[in-house]
Design a protein around this ligand. Structure first.
Ligand SMILES: [Zn+2]
Length: 468
């Protein structure tokens, strides 16, 4: 079975041919940990989580190495730490924990770098300064970089094929540019590999180097960590399409400049943009949505994940309330079918063939979802696993938080009841029924209904409930 993926480097859908099928290697740019993950960040993480699951299914879980880095040194981090009055280390540790919590709510597979034979690795930039310094030294030795005023700059003119990924060339950048060029740059396009530290910098963001105290540029992190864990040539490099230029273009220039003759990543995969109600998401427009915002409204992580996956990964995704409510309805339908068919197992071999047919065609999740819609409960749980959905017990799912609160911030009904407070109200109602206080029993039933909780009285006297 051959997988096909759209390769940004060649602008073609191509058969995926791993360099070594016994160790398929993928690198994806991870978060810069200065603030909560927003929906655009989450889309990228969820998309490559599915690609990772697919590669594991095709090549075997122990034959895939996936590296997703944590950028914990960056100017944005320094600015955010100062704004909050905490140290850089405090900020990056807190935000990394937030990232893990939020992604785990979305059902994203966790890194296992601390376990023996960890195959999903989440390296931190600050733990790999040595590798970055070594790579910068190689670039200087290869005449691809130069030191100036305590900084080290990459010489873009030294790489004739610069622009190979994005199609953007140096002349384009210069045309009409009226930006101030730092005096230490030989060419305005040259970018920073090592940045000299200021005297007042937080010590946890300052490192020693042959060029004096400073910190690495963002691009060199990914080049150094991908080479360290995956080698000079590896199979897939992923990330959001907003990273294609200059970040990914610069990664190629650095890695190929440091190791002439190497191909770096053989396939480049980019996920599409995310807009909110047709507009670019930004803090100034007030439409900036973090994963935590949605979870705090009581929206289940699985609903968010499903909504992120409903659009093909490389197409633009527009986020809106209807997308979320449709996701919830479709998942409800699947879970209802799973409940109806009980634990009946579907035909695994046939299911695998259907999964590979859909996802093997450039990770076409919408195509696999239409297969799910046409199937019975027995196969849904099995097929849902590769997408990271439908793994809960149906009863657990229907008692999970609802989307009822969505868009109803000023509505009293939007107040979410916890499962235990619902159970307490049901106990109260049962007491009232025993005492033949029908008025109170009805009041509790109607009150719960106004919160989106439906009670089902059973013949045996117990009451079951679900959220709508
Ligand atoms: Zn990167």
């Amino acid at each position: 079975m051959t997988l096909f993926l759209y390769n940004t480097l060649t602008r073609k859908k191509e058969p995926f041919m791993p360099i070594d099928a016994s160790n398929v290697r993928m690198y994806v740019c991870g978060p810069t940990v200065y603030d909560r993950a927003h929906l655009g960040n989450a889309r990228s993480v969820v998309v490559y989580d599915v690609l990772y699951r697919l590669l594991r299914q095709v090549y075997g879980a122990e034959h895939v190495t996936y590296v997703r880095n944590i950028t914990d040194v960056d100017d944005k981090i320094n600015t955010a730490a100062i704004a909050r009055g905490i140290t850089i280390r405090q900020l990056t540790e807190e935000v990394t924990d937030w990232f893990h919590d939020d992604m785990s709510a979305l059902g994203v597979l966790e890194a296992n770098n601390n376990k023996p034979n960890g195959l999903m690795i989440e390296p931190k930039a600050t733990d790999h300064i040595t590798q970055m310094v070594k790579m910068i030294e190689r670039l200087i030795n290869n005449d691809k970089a130069y030191a100036a005023d305590g900084h080290v700059l990459f010489s873009v003119k030294s790489m004739p094929n610069y622009g190979v990924l994005s199609g953007r060339i140096q002349e384009d950048l210069n045309a009409g540019a009226r930006i101030k060029v730092e005096s230490y740059k030989r060419d305005p396009n040259d970018f920073v590999l090592w940045k000299s530290a200021d005297a007042e910098d937080d010590p946890s963001s300052v490192f020693d180097s042959p060029w004096g105290k400073g910190r690495p540029g963002w691009h060199i992190e990914c080049s150094a960590m991908s080479t360290h864990y995956l080698g000079q040539d590896f199979d897939i490099h992923g990330g959001g399409s907003d990273l294609m230029f200059p970040h990914h273009e610069n990664e190629i220039a650095q890695s190929c400049g440091a190791y002439p003759g190497s191909g770096f990543a053989h396939m480049w995969v980019h996920n599409g943009f995310l807009t909110v109600n047709g507009e670019k998401m930004s803090k100034s427009l007030g439409n900036f949505i973090t994963v935590r915002d949605l979870l705090d409204k009581g929206i289940q992580g699985e609903v968010i994940r499903y909504a992120l996956l409903k659009t093909k990964y490389n197409e633009p995704l527009d986020w809106n309330d209807k997308l979320l409510s449709d996701a919830k309805k479709e998942l409800d339908t699947f879970y209802r079918r799973i409940k109806k068919d009980g634990g009946k197992e579907g035909m695994q071999k046939e299911s695998d063939a259907l999964i590979l047919k859909a996802l093997g065609e450039d990770l076409n999740v919408p195509s696999l979802l239409s297969v799910l819609h046409a199937n019975t409960g027995g196969t849904l749980k099995y097929m849902g696993k590769i997408l990271g959905i439908l793994q809960q017990e149906p009863d657990e799912w229907f008692k999970g938080n609802s989307t009822a609160a969505l868009g109803a911030d000023n509505d009293a009904n939007a107040v979410l009841l916890t499962n235990s407070s619902i159970e307490l109200l049901i106990l109260d109602r049962n007491e009232a029924k025993k005492a033949k206080d029908w008025k109170k029993a009805d009041y509790i039933r109607n009150n719960l209904k106004s919160h989106g909780i439906i009670l089902e009285d059973r013949p045996d006297g117990t009451t079951d409930w679900r959220r709508i």
